[in-house]
Design a protein around this ligand. Sequence first.
Ligand SMILES: Nc1ncnc2c1ncn2[C@@H]1O[C@H](COP(=O)(O)OP(=O)(O)OP(=O)(O)O)[C@@H](O)[C@H]1O
Ligand SMILES: O=P(O)(O)OC[C@H]1O[C@H](OP(=O)(O)OP(=O)(O)O)[C@H](O)[C@@H]1O
Ligand SMILES: [Mg+2]
Length: 285
Amino acid sequence: MSTLKIAVQKSGRLNDDSIGLLKNCGIHIDNGKDQLKASASNFPMDVLYLRNGDIPQYVEDGVADIAIVGENLLVEAGNDIEVVRKLGFSKCKLSLAVPKELDYEGVQYFDGKRIATSYPNTLQQYLDQHNVKADIHVIKGSVEIAPNIGLAEGICDLVSSGSTLFKNGLKEADQILISEAVLVKSKKLTPEQEELLDTLLFRLDAVQKGKKSKYVLMNVPNDKIDGVINMLPGMRSPTVLPLAEAGWSSVHTVIEEGKFWEVIDQLKAAGAEGILIVPIEKMVL
Ligand SMILES: Nc1ncnc2c1ncn2[C@@H]1O[C@H](COP(=O)(O)OP(=O)(O)OP(=O)(O)O)[C@@H](O)[C@H]1O
Ligand SMILES: O=P(O)(O)OC[C@H]1O[C@H](OP(=O)(O)OP(=O)(O)O)[C@H](O)[C@@H]1O
Ligand SMILES: [Mg+2]
């Protein structure tokens, strides 16, 4: 029988959310401590625990069929693999940064300067686009220390909260790209593996849609139901159930979280009371 080999980061920023995502998709992984390969007990899937930096090449070679990696790494590594879904976690930017007291006026500042980074290819592309010639110093980690120890005038590294820049007396100068975790696939999948991937994507989409929506319940006097219903941007028609108290109903619907805050004041003004907002685990349309 065909199986799908998925590569996930062994440890680091992507690990927890990657495993969590598979779990939410109903895939149980029997995982012994320090095991680098594990099989799912209820889905034809093997999980390979690898270094993030090694994953794109494994997928290109077809050693792993699919994988969860940071988008930024794909740009840097330039492998011939396909992004199938953005996953919404590990969001960060790749940015140029300079000492905070510097009067930075644009990327031309870096002309003739030294820049420390772990992402030389992405940085070089960006500098080329802007006709800037700089001396790129590749270091594997703790990049933000470089200006303080005289290694470089600026850096190019991942930024999320900005606290690492701040603690090292740096400020963001230019944003090169934004990134989040993505699901990628090899171009060598068999038709059977494509089918397994479709099953996984179906589950993943249900989980992601559920996350973006809320189940909303509210009590509404019967004579105001029409007005309330007209305001609801729900999935289809809302459910209306009578309450024990005569003249009142409970209205249930599904609303995208962002839209809910737009209409809540209007709903209250239209007569809705006791509004409850409940998370949705999965949603199949
Ligand atoms: N501060 C951050 N906030 C959000 N996401 C981040 C942050 N730093 C890194 N990431 C994302 O998480 C991915 C993994 O980063 P992490 O630092 O865990 O591993 P790594 O050092 O790139 O890899 P390896 O597993 O090869 O040691 C990055 O490629 C990036 O997409
Ligand atoms: O803007 P912030 O929220 O401070 O995050 C940015 C930091 O996070 C990453 O490092 P990480 O902590 O992954 O350490 P690493 O260099 O060991 O990978 C990145 O390389 C930055 O240093
Ligand atoms: Mg890191």
